[in-house]
Ligand binder design. Sequence first.
Ligand SMILES: [Zn+2]
Length: 239
Amino acid sequence: MDAYVIGYIISGIVIILAIIIALVAQVRVNSAFNEYNDKLSSLDMTGAELAQKLSNDNNMNLTVRMCGGHLSDHYDPRDNSINISQSNYSSKSIASQAIVAHEFGHALQHAEGYAPFKIRQAVVKISNIVSSMLMPLLILGILLQIFLLGIAGMVIIYVSVAIYGVAVIANLATLPVEINASSRAKKLMLDLGCNSDEEIHATDKVLNAAALTYVASLLVSLAYFARFLFMMLMVTKRD
Ligand SMILES: [Zn+2]
């Protein structure tokens, strides 16, 4: 069998495995979060109070606000704000504090001009632009494919290779930034005195589960990229 065909088949299997890993990762995030969402941190502070304290202690003048959605917590570098999901905002649990400390880790990366953070910002901006330009082409290709019987097949393949290629690069740039924010969070929590075995274990578990979701989305985009790449190679070789 042709090497491209073998690659095409294997990448199909990898897509299924990667999607399973992504689902497992999401379940683990929720279960780790729920497990430690009942356990109070020794800090006796809400997520919002912790964010404000970290900001004050580091002279950072961050805006702390509540945002909608479940586990939608994020740092927004455009206005130096830590956006905390509703339940974490008022919760004093170990799980909530681990997440707030992680977001503050991103604020520190931004303030320091940490290079991987800057690279990630630039890559994500470019990848959003590229994807938004390519998406209409992909839809057009699919419509042409449906109505003109196969003429636009190559357009779909080329555009898909480009879209997933850009997604792989964006996910690759994201991973080290997320891992670094989590290791900063672990250290911040230790420095604040959250050093019981349970707190250390809980912080690790919540943050490691979150890191796995980033690994999983990298895997998914990589597998789709390989799939379309082999498809392209198969078709161009046949021509
Ligand atoms: Zn993060």
